[in-house]
Structures are given as structure tokens and as C-alpha cells.
Design a binder for this molecule. Structure first.
Ligand SMILES: [Zn+2]
Length: 113
């Protein structure tokens, strides 16, 4: 099932994204925020409501953090903020680091796309 159909079953859709380009100064936090706002607007046009986007602006070459996938920090932050039951969540990811972050956070249903 495609991720957007989950909202019809009452799931929140939350995006968890590594944005090391910020640490690498390839783009600014503001440019990232502007692109994210545009993206959320595009989803909204298709009636897809993204509850929140969590991003990690770090890269291990510049600083250490607990949020960059495959670390589970952003997922655990979402868990706290939205009182999620992670064992009932579904994670879609296109990279092994996405799947690993979900596994470390305790998400059982992990879908590599
Ligand atoms: Zn981080």
C-alpha cells in the first residue's frame, strides 16, 4: 500500500529526513524550510496531509548528533511529540539507513521502497 493511503486509516504521516547539505553549506536552513513548505503545499494539493517533517541538519564530518539516520533520534522525537506507539507504526524508506533507524526505534513494519 502506498504511504498516502495510510492517512485514510487514521495514521499520521511524518517525514524523517537527513539534510546533511545544511552542515555542508550546500544550502541554508532557510532554503531547506522554503523547499519543505513548497513540498507540503504540493502534497496538500493532492489531499495528502503531512503531520510534521523532522530533519537532521548535521553530518558526522562536522558534528556528532543523535538524529542522523540510521540513528533513531528523529523517530523517538516524533514518538514523544505525538505520543506514538512505535510498534504500530509503519516506516517507508528508500535507504538501508532509513530501515535501520526504524528498527532501532522499535518499529516493526519496515518497508523498503
Ligand atoms: Zn542530526
Amino acid at each position: 500500500m502506498r504511504f498516502e493511503f495510510y492517512q485514510d486509516y487514521g495514521y499520521f504521516i511524518i517525514i524523517i529526513t537527513n539534510q546533511a547539505g545544511i552542515a555542508k553549506k550546500m544550502y541554508t536552513e532557510k532554503q531547506y524550510e522554503d523547499l519543505t513548505s513548497w513540498m507540503l503545499g504540493e502534497f496538500k494539493k493532492k489531499s495528502i496531509n503531512i503531520t510534521k517533517v523532522f530533519h537532521c541538519p548535521h553530518h558526522p564530518s562536522y558534528s556528532d548528533c543523535s538524529c542522523r539516520k540510521p540513528k533513531p533520534g528523529m523517530i523517538l522525537k516524533a514518538e514523544k511529540e505525538f505520543n506514538l506507539n512505535l510498534s504500530l507504526c509503519v516506516l517507508f524508506g528508500d535507504k538501508d539507513s532509513d530501515i535501520e533507524a526504524g528498527r532501532l526505534a522499535g518499529i516493526k513494519k519496515l518497508i523498503k521502497v
